[in-house]
Design a protein around this ligand. Structure first.
Ligand code: NAD
Ligand code: ZN
Length: 380
């Protein structure tokens, strides 16, 4: 038992007080975990686009003050009533989309969309009592996607916390809790390219580069990267991307350019942009007879996917993948093992590092499109 168990912990957190305003490092109070909850000491975060999106709060319901953060790693400090799977000292990855292990989705082999703990960006409180565990001078501060990892201590539902190998370096595997698993899993679990096949990756941000890494470890012989920003091409070479297409350099649709490059189309494509044009191109650029396209990017609310039905009759398949089709608690420990056994590379995703006190710099790097992932060291 830690000597803080059952007590309120005071610690530093980066609080988003208002949409788009720099985060402020505050001393906050973190209440003990309740039934089916655990309190975590967070050691590392990596900044993901979703944090920036909800901080900007354009186009969704603003909820402030809030503690953002979800791509992270840490250690269990204490556990609440009824928690048997985790104990103080366990090394963990918090996840924004959980796995209760009891609902129809969790019981189905085919789904990872848990009914109870599936991502919910509108909820700012705990499921147990509808209240927050964070406060500042007695005033509540809202949670974010069940993780709120921009705090040195946080409280999560036990179903949103994954126990991992304690030998895994927490400053590296934190990126597996969101972006890297999303892209890597979309390729290896859903697109499933065969050895020697060709794969097109649309969007070369962290998610697309992870999808490329999935193609590389699957033994794809051609990985074609598509991005509107040619600056992304140099970094993508480290992820096995060998050919590049910038749609802006061509006066015909990119699916036609890719069909010409590959004698009729690629075997697999993975879309990681959130752009409707890229989604349609990703589908239409796969080979007839066997091609499979997987959509990963989150579309705007009013998008509609339009393609000729003949594209399906000609035996092209369109799929979508949420969180790389991984069941977080069941599958993530195995992904960590893959990294430990050097079957996949993770270190190359982390290009920058800042202490918690300079977290706003990480937001600036992302805004400028500089680097891939910026690590935030929580104890500095
Ligand atoms: P990012 O912004 O770092 O990268 C996106 C890249 O796509 C950029 O380099 C951009 O230049 C490029 N791009 C945009 N429009 C394009 C187009 N029409 N054609 C070619 N390239 C284009 O983003 P990221 O963090 O890598 O995330 C990628 C997407 O994945 C986002 O939409 C994000 O919301 C989504 N995502 C999905 C899940 C899931 O579970 N399905 C989880 C996390 C993130
Ligand atoms: Zn469930």
């Amino acid at each position: 038992m830690s000597n803080t168990a059952g007590k309120v912990i005071k610690c530093k957190a980066a609080v988003a007080w208002e949409a788009g305003k720099p985060l402020v490092i505050e001393e906050v109070e973190v209440a003990p975990p309740q039934k089916h909850e655990v309190r975590l000491k967070i050691l590392f975060n990596a900044l993901c686009h979703t944090d920036v999106y909800f901080w900007e709060a354009k186009g969704q319901k603003p909820l402030f003050p809030r503690i953002l953060g979800h791509e992270a790693s840490g250690i269990v400090e204490s556990v609440g009533e009824g928690v048997t799977e985790l104990k103080p000292g366990d090394h963990v990855l918090p996840v924004f989309t959980g796995e209760c292990k009891e609902c129809t989705h969790c019981k189905s082999e085919e789904s990872n969309l848990c009914e109870l703990l599936r991502i919910n960006t509108d909820r700012g409180t705990m499921l147990n009592d509808g209240k927050t565990r964070f406060s500042k001078d007695g005033k509540p501060i809202y949670h974010f996607v069940g993780t709120s990892t921009f705090s040195q201590y946080t409280v999560s539902h036990v179903g949103s916390v994954v126990k991992i190998n304690p030998a895994a370096p927490l400053d590296k595997v934190c990126v597996l809790s969101c972006g890297v698993c999303t892209g890597f899993g979309a390729t290896v679990n859903v697109a499933k390219p065969k050895k020697g096949s060709s794969v097109a990756i649309f969007g070369l941000g962290a998610v697309g580069l992870a999808a490329a890494e999935g193609a590389r470890v699957s033994g794809a012989s051609r990985i074609i990267g598509v991005d509107l920003n040619s600056n992304r091409f140099e970094a993508a070479k480290k992820f096995g991307v060998s050919e590049f297409v910038n749609p802006k350099d061509h006066n015909k649709p990119v699916q036609e350019v890719i069909a010409e490059m590959t004698n009729g189309g690629v075997d697999r494509s993975v879309e990681c942009t959130g752009s409707i044009d890229a989604m349609i191109s990703a589908f239409e650029c796969v080979h007839d007879g066997w091609g499979v396209a997987v959509l990963v990017g989150v579309p705007k609310i009013d998008y509609e996917f339009k393609t000729h039905p003949m594209n399906f009759l000609n035996e092209r398949t369109l799929k979508g993948a949420f969180y790389g089709k991984y069941k977080p608690r069941t599958d993530l420990p195995g992904v960590v093992e893959k990294y430990m056994n050097k079957e996949m590379e993770v270190d190359k995703f982390i290009t920058h590092s800042v202490p918690l006190s300079e977290i706003n710099k990480a937001f600036e790097y992302m805004r400028l499109g500089e680097g891939i992932r910026c690590l935030i060291c929580m104890d500095q």
